[in-house]
Design a binder for this molecule. Structure first.
Ligand SMILES: [Zn+2]
Length: 247
């Protein structure tokens, strides 16, 4: 509706809602509210994109969303969706999660699906692992230790994928310990995935990892075991079926 035209004609009452134009009338109020809502949705999308580009860099992790969940673990899916639904409270209460179990049981998928949903709220996230952190610290050209520590401290949700999968040098281990402690002091959630059991994390074969794992376990107060058969053959089958359909 062209309000300016109505006002030019000298009308003081809106012919549509029959309220005075200068109140302003209901139509103008509703149009303003729509504009505000669209504006804040645009702003939210810009922030979400910024957070996503900054913290979920690999296309693989980006693709791990609830929309792409093949729902072979409905209990885990609903647990993860509930975590996202309660995100504000989980963030305030610093509730972290540990997904543990043998390879191929979708631990990374569920951790990433949560991060991909949390980022929409919007919240800043970083999905990474110790190897990437070490590379970001030591790379002779692009390494920036301060930036790494700043990111670890600042993001609302940190996801550390596949902890305990590698042996690090003493110097690398020192950096990883500092990273974990830096995050620990921020009282913000950590989601970790690992092939190790909580018992193995509590009593690591390599004793120098104990401090890292103790802090990780303390941050990841909710533990979610993923057991059973590997999902990988099933995913391969689905991919093959898709190829066959498209032929
Ligand atoms: Zn009106």
């Amino acid at each position: 509706m062209d309000f300016a035209r109505f006002i030019e004609t000298g009308l003081t009452i809106c012919p549509k809602c029959e309220e005075p134009f200068d109140a302003p009338c209901r139509c103008i109020r509703e149009a303003n509210a729509r504009f505000q809502a669209e504006e804040s949705e645009r702003e939210r999308k810009i922030i979400v994109e910024k957070y996503r580009d900054g913290g979920i860099t690999s296309p693989l992790f980006k693709s791990m969303t609830f929309e792409n969940d093949i729902d072979y673990r409905p209990d885990t899916t609903s647990f993860c969706k509930q975590y996202v639904k309660d995100w504000t409270k989980n963030f305030e209460d610093n509730i972290g999660l540990l997904f543990y179990g043998p390879p191929g049981t979708s631990k990374t998928f569920f951790a990433c699906a949560i991060a991909n949903a949390v980022v929409e709220t919007p919240a800043s996230v970083w999905i990474t692992d110790f190897s990437e952190i070490i590379r970001n610290i030591y790379d002779s050209e692009f390494g920036d230790k301060d930036a790494v520590f700043q990111k670890v401290r600042s993001v609302d949700l940190l996801v550390l994928d596949d902890i305990g999968n590698k042996i690090y040098t003493a110097s690398e281990l020192g950096q990883i310990t500092q990273i974990i402690e830096a995050r620990y002091r921020m009282l913000k959630p950590l989601i970790a995935t690992t092939n190790l059991t909580p018992e193995e994390l509590e009593n690591p074969k390599e004793r120098e990892y104990k401090r890292i794992y103790d802090k990780t376990l303390e941050m990841c107060c909710e533990r979610f075991p993923l057991i059973g058969e590997s999902i990988r053959p099933k995913i391969a089958r689905i991919k093959r079926e898709k190829i066959n359909y498209s032929k």
